[in-house]
Design a protein around this ligand. Structure first.
Ligand code: NDP
Length: 380
């Protein structure tokens, strides 16, 4: 029997109040089509906390499959796992393979997982050909939510590459690449968008919140420029009345170079400023609400600038496009292998057999506090 531990919750609430650490054992005789996994790494994303709080768009199923005293759910949506045992009738996986859950809602905050219908529920990192070669568990564990979201949002709403190519062909400049603007630029998604944008020849205007000192703010700006950000401004600069003029004069050649895509992580005032920064026929994609403030869809800009407002949700996109999801993940993993894509900074939390429940719960609870040096990552 394999002894396993998992974080579980039986009711919605603050992680510190509702999470508990549950120990159970897994039988060595695996059902047909099932595999036994050992977790290597799993990040704590904002959505994981919202799910535990009960405020997320998807509610997890509660069950007693793990032998908990009450029906319970396992939190966590992404992670990197190693296959340690394979049942009969599993076609695509072997012992030693690294795998990623094919869909969100998997429950990754656990040392082991018994997964039925493994061929469908999991996919092998790097496919048959490349496997896990050249990758770290940390990279694999964090590829499928943040980088994947940034990739889809940059590609699926406005064809920015086409915009730059056509503008170049017309001799209108933009040789530097088409522009997009984003807030929450130092988030996992934001850092991914900066890097993919640079790789695809796009330019970005990036908004971050001011740090405690001007030196720290400058260091953060420098860090993002190092990843490929074209312009980094603070939220205060972005909200200032002078921003529109600066955008024209300093960066977009008097407004001749349009800003056609906005990625909104934050909402509230920052989102309203983004509406102002977008050029006519631009599109704003909302994917997060970190400020917990909504924002108005102002009538004037909708009509006179003919703006488009869209919402992005990776979970649904992934369900609708399972093959495309695998391809996107594998393409980003290739970039990581080639050293062209850097994972976001993490605060690693070691999870071994003796790690106390309190330490694990705190790692989850801390996720929505702002101004962090990196998101929590359970490392097993
Ligand atoms: P990270 O944990 O990597 O970063 C959090 C970001 O939020 C930081 O930039 C942080 O800035 C900012 N932030 C925190 N609190 C506030 C606040 N009160 N006001 C403004 N900004 C704040 O985040 P992720 O990249 O994992 O996720 C970012 C957002 O994107 C989340 O809302 C998440 O749920 C969402 N998301 C949505 C997806 C979808 O499918 N719709 C997919 C992936 C992510 P600072 O450093 O200044 O605190």
């Amino acid at each position: 029997y394999t002894q396993a531990k998992t974080l579980v919750f039986s009711r919605f609430g603050e992680p510190a109040d509702v999470l508990s650490l549950h120990t159970h054992s897994i039988s060595p005789s695996l059902p047909d089509g099932a595999v036994l996994l050992r977790t290597l790494a799993a990040p704590v994303n904002p959505a994981d906390v919202n799910t535990i709080q009960g405020t997320y768009g998807a509610k997890p199923p509660f069950s007693q499959l793990l032998g908990t005293p009450e029906p319970a759910a396992v939190p966590g949506n992404e992670g990197c796992f190693e296959v340690v045992a394979v049942g009969g009738h599993v076609a695509t996986l072997r012992r030693g393979d690294w795998v990623i859950p094919a869909t969100t809602g998997f429950g990754t905050f656990r040392t082991h997982a018994l997964v039925e219908n493994a061929d469908k529920a999991l996919f092998k990192v790097g496919g048959e050909e490349k496997g896990k070669e050249g990758l770290s568990a940390k990279q694999v564990a964090t590829v499928s939510v943040n980088p994947c979201s940034a990739y889809r949002m940059l590609k699926d709403y406005v064809d920015l590459v086409d915009v730059s190519v056509k503008s170049f062909a017309r001799g209108e400049g933009m040789a530097g690449g088409a522009w997009f603007v984003q807030n929450g630029a130092n988030s996992g998604v934001g850092r991914s968008a900066i890097q993919l944008g640079r790789l695809w020849g796009l330019r970005s205007i990036n908004v971050v919140r001011e740090r405690a000192t001007p030196e720290e703010t400058e260091a953060l700006k420098e860090e993002l420029r190092g990843l490929g950000a074209t312009v980094v401004v603070t939220e205060a600069e972005f909200l200032d009345r002078s921003f529109g003029a600066r955008l024209k004069e300093e960066w977009t050649r008097g407004g001749k170079e349009p800003v056609l895509l906005g990625l909104n992580c934050v909402g509230g005032k920052s989102a309203s400023a983004m509406v102002k920064a977008l050029s006519p026929k631009g599109c704003m994609v909302t994917y997060g609400g970190m400020s917990r403030q909504s924002f108005p869809f102002p009538t004037g800009p909708q009509i006179f600038k003919r703006l488009r407002f869209e919402g992005f949700w990776l979970s649904e996109w992934g369900k609708e496009n399972p093959l495309e999801k695998r391809n996107t993940v594998n393409e980003i993993l290739d970039l990581m292998r080639e050293g062209k894509f850097k994972e976001a900074p993490f605060q690693e939390v070691e999870w071994n057999w003796d790690t106390e429940e309190k330490v694990l719960k705190e790692a989850v609870q801390g996720t929505l506090q702002g101004f962090r040096s990196g998101k929590g990552l359970f490392v097993f």
